[in-house]
Design a protein around this ligand. Structure first.
Ligand code: GLN
Length: 538
């Protein structure tokens, strides 16, 4: 391997959900602050080609990149922490690996050989490990291996990491193992055994972790660290404590305090190009933790029992709220439980209402009721994707009196298909990767709320949907007071609708939440929170 790129692999042990994505993103942030160009990729062990076909209850939200890849939500953390964009290359699943290998086999590329997990699958995994590092654009590529060490399905990834050490050479390769040190209340003790076992499993697979990052609810005493170092065969100063934090955004600073970045740089023989001390990051945290005002915002959706389904929206509120020193109390409310009888009580104390993206009929009528309530009671409203479509349908039904107006997604026979499929979408018979995906341009009307948020007429936002505003109805809808204030300059598709006589009523066909980062909060979220503050003061 000729490239000088350094590769850091992050594996997980003991249990899932320890936050490998946050640790990867935090380390990335620290290395970035020392002047290195960094990217992070995630390798997921499941067989879906990508998470686009997964129900959000399986793995949380599907995150969409500029290039239209449907990816794991951890890529959202990478973008939000590092202020970078990621792409299809940054998320690879076992399904994609096998698909590639089988396609090559059908083309005869293996020249009569028996195609096997080792070396063919592992070679394919490794060539994907190295893709982003190849052109020298990045000093460091961090690779998060999804799942837990010991899972049958992650074995080929772990084997590929083992082999990568020899491809890359000693100072270019590093393994960080993220693990849990449980606290037994009854014994008042932190236990190291689960970590010893998970490191043993890594060792059986031929991998010696260089650094242990230990998730814990209590500080690790010196003797516990010593024990971990001894039994897991790592240097004492490479046992890093990762104590539970109030906010995920504290983690980079906690990791800096624990010198994770220094240990990594020593092992990879890297010396700092700069040291910015993360000033903007600290400023953001200061504002996040010392708000001067607060608002209640309702997020109305159908996947509310798993907040990870709305990860990017929740984080976008954190970034936008902090930027104007406002604490956003986000209430996740199930649209299935909303009906005309309980509407008032459910939504009464809200200063703003967001109707979330979604698919299918379940909870749809509750969303219609919610939009009606926000529109009639002059409550700041923000509709995202399906939320925008619902706003259009509600307007058609209740303002234009288009009885049974609907999206053809919910009612293919509707007499008023105000939201409908585009011609190109009608021919599609495969579900995976076939929606309108990724970044598209949008031109804004200068008189719009959207323009006042962005402060420019040309924007780009990311999409993930099949159905569109049906331009056959645009005249009637606009003359009744709902205006298309953002359009795609190439296709004329309506991307934003706003209602004129309302303090803040904005529906967007795209997903603005995907582009919100700590250092650049999304303008529509900022405006919406501001509108909620104004409503509250009134
Ligand atoms: N179900 C709608 C569509 O496919 C909206 C999708 C979404 O909210 N992401 O167009």
């Amino acid at each position: 391997m000729a490239s000088s790129t350094k590769y850091i692999f992050i594996t997980g042990g003991v249990t899932s959900s320890l936050g490998k994505g946050i640790i990867a993103a935090s380390l990335g942030k620290l290395l970035q602050s020392r002047g290195f160009s960094v990217t992070i990729q995630k390798f997921d062990p499941y067989l879906n080609i990508d998470p686009g076909t997964l129900n959000p209850y399986e793995h949380g939200e599907c995150y969409v990149t500029d290039d239209g890849a449907e990816t794991d939500l951890d890529l959202g953390h990478y973008e939000r922490f590092l202020n970078i964009t990621t792409s299809q290359e940054n998320n690879v699943t076992t399904g994609r690996i096998y698909n590639n290998v089988i396609t090559k086999e059908r083309k005869g590329e293996f020249l009569g050989k028996t195609v096997q997990v080792i070396p063919h699958i592992t070679d394919e995994i490794k060539s994907n490990f190295y893709k982003l590092g190849q052109d020298g654009k990045f000093d460091v590529v961090i690779t998060e291996i999804g799942g837990c060490v010991g899972d049958i399905e992650s074995l080929p990834f772990i084997e590929a990491v083992r082999q990568a050490r020899w491809d890359l050479g000693p100072n270019n390769f590093l393994v960080i193992h993220l693990t849990l040190i449980p606290y037994l209340k009854a014994a008042k003790e932190l236990k190291t055994k689960p970590t010893q076992h998970s490191v043993k499993q890594l060792l059986e697979a031929g991998i010696q972790p260089d650094i242990l990052v230990c998730r814990t609810e209590h500080h690790l005493p010196a003797d516990v660290k010593k024990k971990l170092a001894l039994f897991c065969n790592v240097q004492l100063n490479c046992v890093i404590e990762s104590i539970d934090a109030d906010s995920i955004y504290d983690v980079p600073l906690l990791m800096k305090k624990e010198k994770l970045d220094e240990r990594v740089m020593t092992k990879l023989k890297l010396s700092s190009k700069q040291n910015t001390e993360l000033e903007n990051w600290k400023e953001f945290l200061g504002k996040l933790k010392n708000p001067t005002q607060e608002v209640n915002i309702g997020l109305i959706g159908k996947y509310v029992s798993l907040p990870d389904s709305y990860k990017s929206i929740i984080e976008a509120f954190t970034h936008a709220g902090a930027s104007i020193e406002c604490k956003v109390n986000l209430r996740l409310i199930s649209s299935e439980e909303i009906n005309p009888d309980n509407l008032q009580t459910k939504l009464d104390d809200l200063d703003g209402i967001l109707v979330a993206p979604g698919f299918g009929e379940r909870g749809f009528e509750g969303k219609i009721e919610t939009v009606k309530y926000a529109r009639e009671n002059q409550i700041p409203f923000f509709g995202i994707c399906l939320g925008m479509q619902v706003a259009v349908i509600e307007f058609a039904r209740n303002v234009l009196n288009f009885e049974k107006a609907n999206s053809t997604e919910m009612d293919p026979e509707t007499p008023y298909p105000v939201i409908a499929l585009m011609e190109e979408q009608k021919k599609i018979d495969q579900m995976g990767g076939t929606m309108r995906l990724g970044a598209y341009s949008c031109d804004l009307k200068k008189s719009s709320k959207a323009y006042s948020a962005y402060g420019k007429t040309k924007i780009q936002e990311r999409h993930r949907h099949r159905y569109e505003f049906n331009n056959e109805f645009i005249k009637e809808i606009e003359s009744a007071g709902m205006i298309a204030t953002g359009k795609n300059p190439d296709t004329g598709l309506v991307e934003i609708v706003e209602i004129k006589n309302h303090p803040y009523f904005v529906g967007v066909q795209f997903h603005p939440e995907y582009k919100s980062t700590v250092l650049s909060p999304q303008p529509l979220f900022v405006k919406f929170i501001q509108a909620a503050i104004d409503k509250k003061i009134k």
